[in-house]
Ligand binder design. Structure first.
Ligand code: GDP
Ligand code: IMO
Ligand code: MG
Length: 428
């Protein structure tokens, strides 16, 4: 099975970075297909921690070609900073390629993201304020600037000046904010263009050729299913499609080329930003999970909201993405809890829902139906096989498997590469 798509099966931060890094050792190519520097992926190798936002999490393997594909929105300054910090740590980025069709995040996108959030008051989304939504808005409005445009000064100037004029009108007239100086942005971005020129290419063609050659290709995920613009908890979502089908559009290949879809699930649930979260824990147990799991955002540093595992969501992710196997992460964090709860359905009025409701109003008033299981006191971070896990941990995993109807291919018991229990080969 040479082409594998990895997706976040909850609200992001499931540990996709760790799983991508783990699988990248076997892959010839890793492709990032959606989102931008709203993502924050952590890869831990030995004592060293790498945080990446735009560069694929496969970058630590010099022989693995890393693609930032057409579906991604790129803040070039952030990307250059990230490249520089990888270089400073001795990581080569010669294996990086960027799509000429990827859209560029401009300073006015970041400013508009901030202003839009401020203007929403109590109903704000809690975005990362990285300009993601406004950049995708320009893409959909067909006025966006792409990486390819950035490399053609005349084209870039023309598109930029037109955009600055309309954005300034919006900034001044609607928000009463300071306007941008087009020429200043132009000069700043031309420097970025020079720096990134060598990486920019037709990545869809590159991916296609690699797939045709039967090589192993991994589409790494960003964000998560419940943050999907179409299928997530709208409007509390991101502005792209981080689900499996989105990986095809964002990477430039057809769905018939994908052999397997892997979902990444945390052993509990977290969410950053606003929006419904049926199993959220606002008590000491939630705090215990947050502290033990170090649940603070990789991108914004915000405390992540924590809650019990939600099988309704996991089943929904299976349906939306066509998930064939799950990687369960952070099982070690559950150690030391007396009792563990799993949500098996939602109570809505006098009904029990087993499917994720399509109406957000219904979801807002759903209460979780829990099943309780005994926890385990042991530290399992040193465990490397399923059989060695405490019986209670095995029962918990088996219950997740039953409730979702999907096999587990890997269980992570710590952030490091080796803190991993492999149950199945991913690329077979
Ligand atoms: P991503 O956005 O899905 O890539 O996830 P993040 O990197 O934002 O957040 C996951 C965090 O959990 C990171 O700090 C990882 O190093 C860490 N992590 C991943 N897997 C495990 C695990 O199995 N156990 C523990 N304790 N930490 C993990
Ligand atoms: P990774 O790839 C967790 C959330 C934000 C906010 C909403 C919209 O690390 O899993 P945006 O800036 O995208 O317009 O914000 O989406 N969000 C994430 N939450 N992990 C992420 O990425 C996220 N990317 C966006 O917190 O609620
Ligand atoms: Mg993250």
């Amino acid at each position: 099975m040479p082409v594998v798509v990895l997706v976040g099966a909850q609200w992001g931060d499931e540990g996709k970075g760790k799983i991508t890094d783990f699988l990248a050792s076997q892959a010839e190519m890793v492709v990032r297909t959606t989102g931008g520097n709203n993502a924050g992926h952590t890869v831990v190798v030995g004592d060293e921690e790498f945080k990446v936002h735009l560069v694929p999490s496969g970058v630590l393997y010099p022989a693995t070609l890393c693609i930032i594909a057409n579906g991604v929105v790129i803040d070039p300054k952030v990307l250059i900073d990230e490249i520089d910090s990888l270089l400073a740590k001795g990581v080569t980025v010669d294996n990086l390629r960027i799509s000429a069709n990827a859209h560029v995040i401009m300073p006015y996108h970041v400013r508009l993201d901030e202003l839009e959030e401020e203007s929403k008051g109590d109903s704000k989304i809690g975005t990362t304020k990285r300009g993601i939504g406004p950049a995708y808005m320009d893409k959909a409005s067909r006025i966006g600037i792409r990486m390819g445009d950035l490399l053609e000064e005349k084209v870039f100037r023309q598109k930029l000046m037109r955009n600055v004029e309309t954005k300034n009108r919006l900034l001044q007239k609607v928000y009463g904010a300071e306007p941008f100086e087009g020429e200043e942005i132009l000069q700043e971005y031309l420097v970025y263009a020079q720096r990134l020129r060598g990486y920019v290419t037709d990545t869809s063609l590159l991916v296609h050729k690699t797939v045709q050659e039967g090589k192993k290709v991994l589409f790494e995920g960003a964000q998560g299913t419940l943050l999907d613009l179409d299928h997530g908890t709208y409007p509390y979502v991101t502005s792209s499609n981080p689900t499996a089908a989105g990986a095809c559009v964002g990477g430039g290949i057809g769905p018939s080329r994908v052999d397997k879809v892997i979902g990444v699930l945390k052993a509990y649930t977290t969410r950053v930003g606003a929006g419904p979260f049926p199993t959220e824990l606002l008590d000491a147990t939630g705090e215990q999970i947050r502290q033990k799991g170090r649940e603070f955002g990789t991108t914004t540093g915000r405390a992540r909201r924590c809650g019990w595992f939600d099988a309704v969501i996991a089943r929904y992710a299976v349906r939306i993405n066509g998930i064939d196997a799950f990687a369960i992460t952070k099982l070690d964090v559950m150690g030391g809890l007396d009792k563990i709860k799993l949500c098996t359905g939602y109570r809505y009025g006098d009904q029990i829902l087993s499917e994720f409701p399509i109406s957000q109003e219904v979801l807002e008033s759903c209460k979780p139906v829990y099943e309780e299981m005994p926890g385990w006191p042991e530290d399992i971070s040193g465990v490397r096989s399923f059989e060695e896990l405490p019986q209670a941990a095995r029962n918990y995993l088996n219950r997740i498997k039953e409730l979702t109807g999907v096999d587990l291919f890997l269980v992570a018991v710590g952030p490091r590469r080796d803190e991993t229990i492999v149950l199945q080969e991913a690329f077979s």
